[in-house]
Ligand binder design. Structure first.
Ligand code: NDP
Length: 329
């Protein structure tokens, strides 16, 4: 199927270096955790991907288990890549991960070499790719020796199945060890993918300092707290929202009275800055030079466009930051 990407796609997006590596990522990246499974409308998936790529987003993030059902986001992505993006593979940074339960039995979960190697082989098949750009260990495994997990990442790079490797959901101590082991193996850890938003600030307590010291990039996920840091839930729960769809982890009880009060106040700060709340939430993360890219989700094209627009307003006054901190305290 013919598809010619917008020729101006590189004119407004910012590209930022991932730690000390040679890799640059678009300041906004798109994740396919929700909205890209077999339960979703394929044409909408295609439109969102075209919109993202056409607006300078070069990085697309997947995992073995994204769907539902697990694996179906990679399958849909592979189909759309094959239909429309073949000419653009060299302009795209595609990542996938393994670390959560993917198949039954002792080899379909956590961090053994057996699981990681098999899982990436399956992911490549589903996405119809020869290699991914970044392969992540999705979460720390308390039982498998870290040496084994990291040597699996090293092997994957040596086999040419991934160009770079990263870790996700690792706390500072675990991350420090993983980074050290990978360096010893000669395959540097280029990126860490932690959860980070105005509502979830644990990375400020040591992780960001560590990543800066070690020259590792950082790509926060769920920067909009799955949609709570937008204006969508201010008046009601829209029928087509993540909360109403009930397919994931965001449920109505997350929208407590206290949280809604904070969202309302943050929304006012955003309006006073001339932004939407969703845009301010992204700008607020990107203001920190230690952040390589923010990893958003989107259920429609307009949400991608909103996100990209945040790049025109990344600066905060001291007064604005104080106001935000007071609301979040
Ligand atoms: P966000 O916090 O960005 O939430 C995305 C959701 O917010 C959208 O699907 C949409 O939900 C809503 N939204 C987005 N923009 C707007 C807007 N402008 N106005 C109103 N609502 C908006 O991120 P996700 O939680 O989706 O996570 C992003 C990515 O991070 C994932 O796809 C995945 O790649 C990665 N991730 C990684 C994890 C890990 O363990 N490493 C775990 C979780 C995510 P709606 O459907 O309501 O429209």
């Amino acid at each position: 199927m013919n598809y010619t990407a917008n020729p101006n796609r590189y004119s407004t997006m910012k590209y930022q270096r991932c730690g000390n590596s040679g890799l640059k990522l678009s300041a906004i990246s798109l994740g396919l955790w929700h909205n890209f499974g077999h339960v979703d409308e394929l044409e909408n998936c295609r439109d969102i991907l075209k919109c993202a790529f056409g607006n300078g987003i070069t990085h697309f993030d997947l995992a073995n288990n994204y769907g539902p059902p697990p694996g179906s986001a990679e399958e849909n992505f592979g189909k759309i890549l094959n239909d429309n993006f073949n000419a653009y593979r060299n302009e795209m940074i595609i990542s996938t991960k393994a670390g959560y339960k993917m198949w039954d039995g002792p080899y379909g979960d956590w961090g053994s070499k057996k699981y990681l190697i098999s899982s990436l082989d399956q992911s490549l098949q589903r996405m119809r790719l020869d290699y991914v750009d970044i392969f992540y260990h999705h979460r720390p495994d308390p039982e498998t020796p870290l040496e084994e997990t990291m040597s699996a990442l090293d092997l994957i790079v040596r086999q040419g199945k991934a160009l770079y490797v990263g870790i996700s959901n690792y706390k500072p101590k675990e991350a420090e060890q993983a980074i050290k082991l990978l360096r010893q193996l000669g395959t540097p850890c280029v990126i860490h993918q932690p959860k980070y938003s105005m509502f979830e600030r644990w990375v400020e307590d040591g992780l960001l300092d560590l990543l800066e010291k070690e020259g590792v990039g950082c790509i926060p996920f769920s920067p909009l707290a799955q949609g709570m840091l937008t204006d969508k839930y201010l008046n009601s729960i829209p029928k087509d929202s993540r909360v109403a769809k009930g397919v994931g982890f965001l449920t109505e009880d997350h929208l407590t009275k206290e949280k809604m009060e904070k969202i309302r106040k943050l929304n006012q700060v955003a309006i006073d800055r001339g932004q939407k709340l969703s845009q301010m939430a992204l700008s607020w993360i990107l203001k920190d030079k230690r952040i390589t890219s923010v990893l958003i989700g989107a259920s429609r094209q307009q949400q991608v466009l909103d996100a990209v627009q945040c790049l025109t307003n990344l600066d905060f006054t001291k007064e604005e930051l104080n106001k935000i901190n007071l609301i979040l305290s």
